[in-house]
Design a protein around this ligand. Sequence first.
Ligand code: MG
Length: 371
Amino acid sequence: MSHPQIRISAVSVFPVRIAARAVHSHGIGDINTSTNVILRLDTDAGITGWGEAAPWAVFTGSPEASFAALDIHLRPLLLGADPFRIQALLTAADRTIVHCTEAKAAMEMALFDIVGKALGTPVCNLLGGRVRDEIPLSFSIANPDLAQDIDLVSQLCAEGIRLFKVKTGFAEHAEDLRRLARLREILPADAEIRVDYNQGMQPWEAIRRLRDIEQFRPTFIEQPVPADQRAALAAITAALDTPVMADESVFTPADALLVAGQHMADLISIKIQKCGGMLRAREISAIAAAGGLACYGGDMFETGIACTAGAHLIAATPNISLGCEFYQPNYYLTEDLLAQPFPVRNGRVQVPTAPGLGIEVDEDRLRRYAI
Ligand code: MG
């Protein structure tokens, strides 16, 4: 036997709702609470693994679908299973229920958490080992009341954060230009502005307006047009000097192959909630690397549980080189589910070194936010 014989003995699924500190507006909609589904896997060895599905109905899918996928469809696969057979369980999950990538991501991170704890090593070591110990953190400027974000930006700069992603496309173009001008004014010279439209533009208007945006020297412009408007995305990428990032246009490795192969974007935002876990995220990163596209560590409205899985993924994946946006646990949710604060120091996420995901879930808080 190559590893300790462990079986999954219980599957617990907790839908939770946590309020946010402010409304965040995106091209495709507003959000002010996170409704996520937490997964707890217990084993007969006394080891517990944690996972999280963080859906958004207008982006990846609904919380109800994540809950049903885990509670009804995936539970029978997991009960009695060997948690070391992560790939086999993921393959079986894809044959059991289509889509529901958030639920599959939750399942995969809970399995990795168990395996890491059983072997006494952090999850990043199961993905090839770390190539970086910390990850630059990006904060999203998405409050429709810019004045509130401006106050926050000064605080974040003092804490060492230098990456700011401005959500655009939910108001008038002229208003986006005013917001960007104001931010450039107050940000230190070494701070980066990045721009994310969340599909908020029509293809016909995009190129001319994005040329206006380029004057603010954004590091990249993310997902200007709707996910399925890939020809328009390619035209924008060809027309602009500023690198263009695909987010909603790339959920799967096949999407990545299309976008990288035809150079429809310069960059890809990888999210384990979109693709269904860390292993599939690595496939997307590999395809992107082969096409010369660098990747960014995106996320959904996740607590520290899912953000920690993202941190292990990025720690072990050289091509996810543009930082991460795991700001929700400390700066967006009113409270996180981790017993210890999600580790950010000098504007950088610190990759945990303890076995498994390296987190402790506050179960009182979990019960308090359960719905
Ligand atoms: Mg995005």
